[in-house]
Design a protein around this ligand. Structure first.
Ligand code: ATP
Length: 361
């Protein structure tokens, strides 16, 4: 069991600028007072009463911590320490300062498939490692694939956000309907028992986007997107995939398989000829193919816009909830408890949304 230190985090770390926001709180740069080293502090609001719509169950944070402790690998963000106060838990994480991989790529003029493959290899190495430990990430998406810093050559991938991750115990059946529609596997939507293969589906989607700048299942609404996933409605439109090698398409096809058991594992992906060519002809084909940069840049710009839009929606929901609580002249006891939660989150609007609701063993 992880040790959650009861001391005040500010006695040990100076709290600095906001690096990012998630559904349950903020991530801030922090500076260790003794060494002067910089880290990332992930501040997670803990739900105080079962009825509350705000914050996380402590057990959910315990799971995230337990998993992070089990996955020490160069391509996975490292956990240093955990602090706990009455209302929140603070994870002290390795500072990942290179930004998101997709943003890094979008700044380039062009990118050969061989260069994209170097990134894919690191993602797959990280996944192979966690899957060997029977841990699935369950929230792989561009926002959770970052670069350790801006100077390393080659850039070093770090997978972050293990908030939805799960460690499978022998014989366990695990179901969850959490995730992000564009990237979730069909078995998540149809509420089937899950395995590490669900991550491999997300890798198929991410690779598809990386090469074409198109999201394979994206509909106008989340419902439409989920429907497209279930119907396996995707194609390699020549207009977007004219620069893509046949091996890359084969790689994606072997991941976007409806039956999880038919999908390649991370180990198998690392041996696929697109990643590890066997013949000189295969290697040469990858060098001649490139990613559809014009469309990729468009995809990334839209993605960033949606992220900011979502953050504004979260803030609006907080304002509405507060008005709702305050307008009620004689709130019932449960509502009162919820109201006190709202006041606690005044400075952290991002902790309103919840995504870790629906997992069950
Ligand atoms: P979500 O609601 O998306 O699951 P979350 O509350 O679990 O989010 P994270 O995704 O872990 O939080 O972090 C939110 C954001 O904070 C990230 O998208 C990233 O921009 C930033 N971030 C997270 N961890 C780090 C880190 N170790 N170093 C630097 N920035 C980080």
């Amino acid at each position: 069991m992880a040790v959650f230190k009861p001391e005040n985090v500010e006695d040990f770390y100076e709290i600095g600028e906001v690096l990012g926001s998630g559904h349950f709180g903020q991530v801030r740069q922090v500076r260790e007072r003794t060494s002067g080293n910089f880290w990332a502090g992930k501040f997670l609001k803990i739900r105080k009463v079962a009825c509350s719509r705000l914050g996380l169950d402590r057990s959910s944070v315990e799971r995230e911590v337990e998993i992070l402790q089990a996955v020490q690998h160069p391509n996975i963000v490292a956990l240093k320490d955990v602090f706990e106060s009455r209302a929140e838990v603070v994870l002290i994480l390795e500072l990942v300062s290179g930004g998101e991989l997709f943003d890094f790529i979008a700044e380039k003029e062009n990118l050969l498939e061989t260069e994209a493959i170097e990134f894919m290899k690191q993602i797959l190495e990280g996944l192979r490692f966690i899957h060997c430990k029977n841990i699935a990430h369950f929230d792989l998406k561009p926002e959770n694939i970052m670069l350790s810093d801006k100077v390393s050559k080659p850039p070093n991938i770090k997978l972050i956000d293990f908030g939805l991750a799960h460690m499978f115990h022998p014989g366990e059946e695990y179901k969850s309907t959490s995730g992000t529609p564009q990237y979730i596997a069909p078995e998540v939507i149809s509420c089937q028992p899950l395995s590490t293969a669900a991550d491999m589906w997300s890798i198929g989607v991410i690779t598809y986007i990386l090469l074409s700048g198109l999201s394979p299942f994206q509909g106008d609404t989340d419902e439409e997107t989920l429907g497209n996933v279930i119907a396996m409605k995707y194609e390699f439109n020549e207009h977007y995939f004219s620069l893509t090698s046949p091996m890359a398409k084969d790689f994606i096809q072997k991941l976007l398989m409806k039956n999880p058991e038919d999908r390649m594992t991370a180990e198998e992906c690392l041996l696929h000829p697109w990643i590890k060519p066997i013949t000189p002809k295969q290697a040469a084909k990858r060098n001649r193919s490139s990613i559809n940069m014009k469309n990729f840049k468009k995809f990334n710009a839209r993605r960033k816009w949606k992220m900011s839009y979502n953050m504004v929606s979260v803030c609006n929901r907080l304002v509405n909830l507060r008005l709702l609580c305050k307008d009620t002249s004689s709130p019932d006891p449960l509502q009162r408890q919820c109201e006190s939660d709202v006041e606690d989150t005044e400075s952290k609007p991002a902790s309103l949304l919840r995504r870790r609701l629906s997992s069950s063993s």
